[in-house]
Ligand binder design. Structure first.
Ligand code: 4AD
Length: 459
């Protein structure tokens, strides 16, 4: 290192703070000497010059190695993903050339400790993970696939979306709770419970924190949580995980219409906050170039009208291979076809009580159906499930009996109806499904760090 040069300022690759960094113009104006640390994303060699795109998880920077530096053993044998420290002058890119933030780093010094070097040859990362690789191999190598631009952008957007949910909920004065993951009650049906030994008892991994959130209302006001939910789904689909991030909220003293309005407001405000960050906005545009903010109000459609719609559009019930009829569960494929044709967010409401969870109250105007809602998004289908909650003690006990569920372990839930009950409701939103929609991902598996689903529990 030439110690006569100005001291280098350590920056991240996306740092554009003009109070700290000036760009040289290649003539009289000197650029700031900076020190960056990152990994080789790409490299390109010309005769006397090597271009490296460096990445550090925050951004990318074009780096030039010229003269003697370009002839060093380490630069001539540089492999992708090698970590390096580089010092040099930041300059504007020449007219006509393109680089992140329109700048490039002219290296005057670099260092690569031996253990920072990435494997090359047969073992090179480009040989192990490539776009043509079998998806199951890519999932085994997820820790390396995550280094790809698309995979990492989805997870960076995920962080921004989760932050936005927290922000919106606090704007609306909901308080964050952290219900337990080990439980001894079911919420969404026995078929998808993960059972496990718990000391000398049996327990399950939670399917939803809803029932616990309901118990918070009397003392903590409106509440939400962002926790893992677990479902022992025994099928391989684009949108089912065994472990997913469940964003759930519960609101007190509301009507069903209030619930729908709140849900629409939360989703739109989350998008607004997420996309207010220019980097995240760019990532979403890269991943989903056609993305547009959903039109408000969302389309509201009753289940009974959806059945008519499916019949009119000749979309059959997959199971019976007959036209849909009132009472049918609308399966994943039919739901997605309908959502894709309508091509805007839909609040599908008022499902028959037979196909919905025990806790949903009947609609007073049509006792065949419940005050329930699914929010459907083009490309994915259902991303939210919600409803009002039965708040009358006797109705709730009758629902347990109808479903053949022993109410005894639910004493803490039914007690809510004995000590100051209230009309309330809430919902659960699958974060990975929201992201699959926002980032136009084919599957929710690419919207979480290390997906867990039927037959996969590694790495
Ligand atoms: O519709 P679900 O089952 O509703 C509940 O669990 C309610 N107790 C939530 C509540 O009201 N607090 O699930 C809610 C959402 C779905 O719309 C979907 O987005 C997501 O959770 N979800 C899954 N996401 C990934 N993999 C799975 N196996 C999922 N199951 C549900």
């Amino acid at each position: 290192e030439d110690k006569s040069l100005p001291e280098a300022v350590k920056i991240r690759l996306d740092d554009t703070d003009s109070t700290k960094i000036q760009l040289g113009d290649g003539a009289d104006k000197k650029g700031t000497r900076v020190r960056v640390l990152g990994r080789v994303h790409r490299e390109r060699r010309q005769k006397d010059i090597t271009f490296v795109t460096l990445k550090d998880g925050y951004g990318f920077m074009q780096v030039l190695f010229q003269g003697n530096l370009a002839k060093t053993y380490d630069i001539l044998t540089l492999t992708r993903e090698t970590s390096m420290e580089i010092l040099g002058e930041l300059k504007e890119v020449p007219a006509g050339a393109k680089a992140p933030h329109n700048r490039e780093l002219h290296a005057d010094y670099f260092s690569i400790p031996e253990e920072w070097k990435a494997a090359g040859g047969e073992e090179a990362i480009t040989n192990r993970v490539s776009k043509d690789q079998d998806p199951s191999v890519l999932l085994d190598l997820r820790h390396l696939a995550l280094r790809g631009e698309e995979r990492s952008k989805v997870l960076i957007v995920r962080d921004a979306v989760e932050y936005a949910f927290n922000t919106v909920y606090h704007e609306l004065r909901l308080r964050k709770m952290s219900p337990p993951a080990f439980v001894q009650t079911q919420v969404e049906g026995g078929a998808t419970l993960f059972k496990l030994p718990y000391y000398n008892e049996e327990a399950y991994l939670t399917q939803s924190s809803q029932l616990y959130l309901e118990t918070c209302l009397p003392s903590m006001g409106d509440v939400y949580c962002i926790e893992k939910s677990f479902r022992a789904e025994k099928s391989l689909t684009r949108r089912h995980l065994a472990e997913y991030t469940h964003i759930e909220a519960e609101l007190d003293f509301i009507t069903f219409d209030d619930l729908l309005d709140h849900l629409e407001q939360v989703m739109c405000r989350v998008l607004e906050i997420t996309l207010a960050d220019p980097i995240i906005k760019q990532y979403v545009a890269d991943l989903n170039p056609d993305f547009q903010m959903p039109e408000r109000p969302f389309k509201r459609m009753k289940y009974a009208d959806a059945i008519d719609w499916l019949v009119e559009h000749q979309i059959e019930n997959e199971e019976t291979q007959q036209p849909h009829k009132f009472g049918d569960d609308i399966a994943e494929a039919a739901e997605r076809r309908m959502t894709d044709i309508i091509n805007r967010p839909i609040f599908l409401t008022h499902f028959p009580f037979e196909i919905k969870a025990f806790y949903m109250p009947k609609d007073v105007e049509d006792p065949r159906v419940t005050e329930s809602v699914d929010c459907l998004m083009p490309g994915v289908g259902e991303i939210v499930g919600g409803s009002m909650r039965m708040h009358n003690y006797d109705d709730l006990m009758a629902a347990f009996a109808r479903e053949g569920i022993d109410p005894a372990p639910y004493y803490w839930y039914t007690d809510q109806r004995k000590y100051g009950s209230s009309p309330h409701g809430g919902y659960g939103l699958g974060l990975e499904r929201f992201l699959a929609w926002l980032c136009k991902q084919h599957t929710v598996r690419d919207c979480c760090l290390y997906p867990r689903y039927f037959t996969r529990c590694k790495p």
